[in-house]
Design a protein around this ligand. Structure first.
Ligand code: GCW
Length: 718
């Protein structure tokens, strides 16, 4: 018996300690230093969970994994109020009970709302240490437990806790672009987690671990299917599979959503039309919603991509996006569901600058959407580029709740071969000022509803999760999933805090490791911008798979799919003139916001070529000509990857061998890719500038022709 126990322990510990493949994510519970253990232990020996807590199983499960691992003690759970009164943790929604035990008058309970929590540490009547989690909902208590665990993983003091935490955003969602055949559009981490073939009978442990990870960062909804939608998911057998997932996720506070293919009434229902004003069509969706809700009473609702990139939509019937969204909204409204309608629309037959099309389509519809509709807007007007100014729709539709869509999967940001930490990108957009209601009308205030008093509000991230053993492909890509959740809960926390928490929880608390690696993370996005798309360049990547540079491509059917459409390089200069003398997309921004960009000689250089066609010889703030500055940025960017490699190589003793090696190999790939971007872009743009790459820079060895001939027929995610 003893032997068996020992073997099991070894196996468990062995698996945790040796196989550092990243599967545990940031829920990597390791023994804390003895002093911390001793400080925390009194609170976790006895844990009271109020009877009937719908998340009790999830809470117990997590604490049973975490507490022994972190503190070396086995907690005792109980729900019998008669046994209360000792030291320990109290998880509760009953304020009176709490006051009796903890002598705290709980005045802040009211402020916790439907998902927040109030955490405080105090003494009971016997002067013993007690820690309380007080919330108005079971979800609140679940989030509080994860918050406490995070504090301990970060070795923060909890003895004086008196903390109210309420999410700033109501909807905190992942959008999976997962297909029913398990391929993932723009997925670089293997296949879809959802094994539709074995569902509903087989519940993969991965589904539970996915839910744990999401709950730990406050994500409360998941759209299971690709926005390039397949109506099959709405058939009865598939809905049973969806229900099985919803049942797994529910105790973790996660609702499921589906994408709705607009033409489903024709494809599945045998109707002749999908016209949103047609009574049979309306009825079909109503029945479909009823069917879904009979299986999944808390189904979140539908996410829709319509009349964009070939997807069907209301405009096929000369109806507006509002007509389409409202018809679906009426179908889910009796069940308290919502419709999230995407604003990512542009049409090949529309010659107007693609930058302007979503705004043109949607602004006139402001005020016409039902109150259970949200419009989901990508962070920028083009498409998840390494850097974009904020989307002009933010601040321009005050009567419609706008949901933020970020891309966590790194389609245009190095995919899963490059270390790029995205919190600085997310924050740059959230902190941008739209000026729509005067100075300080930040994008964050638009989406959290505070600017225009919207109670429906939220943020979505296009998921980077697949069935790779480490979930996200690149070990550091996990940090981007983590960042999305943390910022959706509280968009005011800093990138630095997010990076530091994630590193400590996922790797180690070693101060020099944290210092160096955090620095790599925080600089990584700017470095990538420099070697890929400096000075406001955008959309110059390879066709289809979007892997690597291809600024020369000009042969695609749709003009706005060609990189040459975006950089407009010619013998005079480079860049897209979006001012009044050009496409005038800049006019879609508030005059105050525009000021920073309007004038080509004073334009914030981050966005220079985004808004202006600039002469090769124009002097920039550095004193360099545009051409020389472009060269400098590309070279600095690529050289900085060498710096990342050097810094990481110092960490060998501070991280486990498996992840150390994985990151090292990927950084070497990143270096090759950075050089490729630098050389291919500069050689190509040089054919227009007709100027040399300044002496002192190592000249490209390979020819432009070589780069043009590269092909990647099996690049992932396509
Ligand atoms: O960025 C583009 C992607 C498409 C994606 C589309 C969208 C799901 O290349 O793969 O389709 O955006 O957001 O709808």
């Amino acid at each position: 018996m003893k032997k068996l126990l020992l073997a099991t322990l070894l196996l468990v510990n062995g698996l945790l300690a040796v196989a550092e493949n990243g599967y545990e994510l940031w829920l990597r519970y390791r023994p804390l230093p003895l002093a911390s253990q001793q400080a925390y232990r009194p609170y976790f020996r006895k844990i009271f969970i109020q009877p009937g807590n719908a998340s009790a199983t999830a809470i117990k499960n997590e604490l049973s994994i975490a507490i022994p691992a972190l503190l070396g003690i086995q907690p005792v759970f109980y729900s019998d109020a008669a046994m209360a009164g000792n030291s320990g943790l109290y998880i509760n929604t009953d304020a009176g009970f709490h006051t009796a035990i903890t002598q705290n008058n709980n005045t802040r309970l009211k402020e916790t709302g439907t998902e927040g929590f109030y955490l405080y540490a105090g003494k009971n009547k016997k002067q013993q240490a007690v820690l309380s989690i007080l919330s108005q909902s079971d979800k609140g208590s679940l989030y509080a437990v994860f918050h406490l665990l995070r504090m301990m993983q970060n070795q923060q003091a909890i003895q004086q806790l008196n903390l109210l935490s309420v999410p700033k955003l109501q909807l905190r969602l992942l959008n999976h672009w997962d297909n029913l055949n398990r391929s993932v559009e723009r997925g670089y981490a293997g296949l879809s987690l959802w094994n539709w073939h074995t569902l509903p009978g087989y519940i993969d442990q991965r589904y539970i671990d996915y839910a744990r990870a999401n709950a730990s960062i406050g994500i409360n909804g998941t759209v299971l299917t690709n926005v390039n939608a397949n109506a099959t998911v709405l058939t009865a057998p598939y809905l049973l599979k969806v229900k099985a997932l919803a049942d797994v996720f529910r105790p973790y506070g996660i609702k499921v959503y589906l994408t709705a293919r607009f033409s489903a009434p024709i494809e599945m229902g045998g109707l002749k039309t999908a016209d949103p004003l047609d009574p049979d069509v309306k009825d079909w969706w109503k029945q479909k919603a009823n069917e879904i809700y009979s299986l999944i009473p808390d189904f979140g609702g539908f996410l829709v991509k319509a009349n964009s990139e070939g997807q069907p939509g209301p405009q096929d019937y000369k109806r507006t996006h509002a007509d389409g969204a409202n018809m679906l909204a009426d179908a889910v409204q009796p069940h308290k569901g919502i419709v999230i309608w995407r604003a990512f629309v542009y049409a090949a037959e529309n010659p107007v600058d693609r930058h302007k099309q979503a705004y043109d389509d949607f602004v006139p519809l402001d005020g016409q959407f039902r109150n259970n509709v949200m419009v989901q807007v990508k962070n920028g007007a083009i498409d998840f580029m390494p850097r974009e100014p904020f989307h002009p729709l933010f601040g321009a539709m005050p009567r419609t709740p706008l949901m933020m869509e970020f891309q966590v999967t790194q389609e245009y940001l190095g995919q899963a071969t490059q270390l790029v930490f995205l919190a600085p990108l997310f924050k740059e957009v959230l902190d941008a000022d739209t000026y729509s209601k005067g100075k300080g009308s930040t994008v964050a205030k638009v989406i959290d509803g505070s600017l225009d008093q919207h109670t429906l509000n939220g943020m979505a991230g296009v998921s980077n999760i697949g069935n790779d053993i480490n979930w996200c492909g690149h070990p550091f890509a996990q940090a981007n999933w983590y960042a999305l959740g943390r910022l959706a809960w509280d968009h005011s926390i800093s990138s630095e805090q997010i990076a530091e928490e994630w590193l400590r929880m996922s790797y180690s608390a070693d101060p020099s490791f944290i210092h160096t690696t955090k620095n790599i993370m925080l600089r990584s996005r700017e470095i990538m911008v420099n070697y890929m798309n400096p000075l406001g360049l955008h959309h110059i990547m390879g066709t289809g798979h979007h892997y690597g540079p291809a600024p020369w491509v000009s042969n695609l059917n749709r003009p706005e799919w060609n990189p040459v459409y975006y950089h407009k390089a010619d013998s005079l200069g480079i860049g897209f003139n979006r001012t009044a003398s050009g496409s005038n997309a800049i006019s879609q921004y508030h005059p105050e916001a525009r000021k920073a960009w309007e004038n080509p000689t004073t334009c914030d250089e981050k966005y220079l070529l985004w808004f202006h066609h600039v002469s090769w010889n124009q002097k920039l703030s550095s004193g360099n000509s545009l051409w020389n500055e472009l060269c400098k940025r590309y070279y600095n960017g690529a050289d900085s990857v060498k710096w990342m490699i050097r810094e990481w190589s110092q960490q060998e003793k501070r991280v486990d061998a498996q992840r150390f090696k994985a990151v090292s190999m990927l950084l070497n790939i990143q270096w090759e890719e950075a050089k490729w971007w630098r050389n291919a872009c500069l050689l190509y743009f040089q054919t227009f500038s007709r100027q040399p790459i300044p002496a002192g820079y190592e000249q490209p060895e390979l020819t432009l022709d070589y780069y043009k001939k590269l092909r990647f027929p099996y690049a992932p995610g396509n």
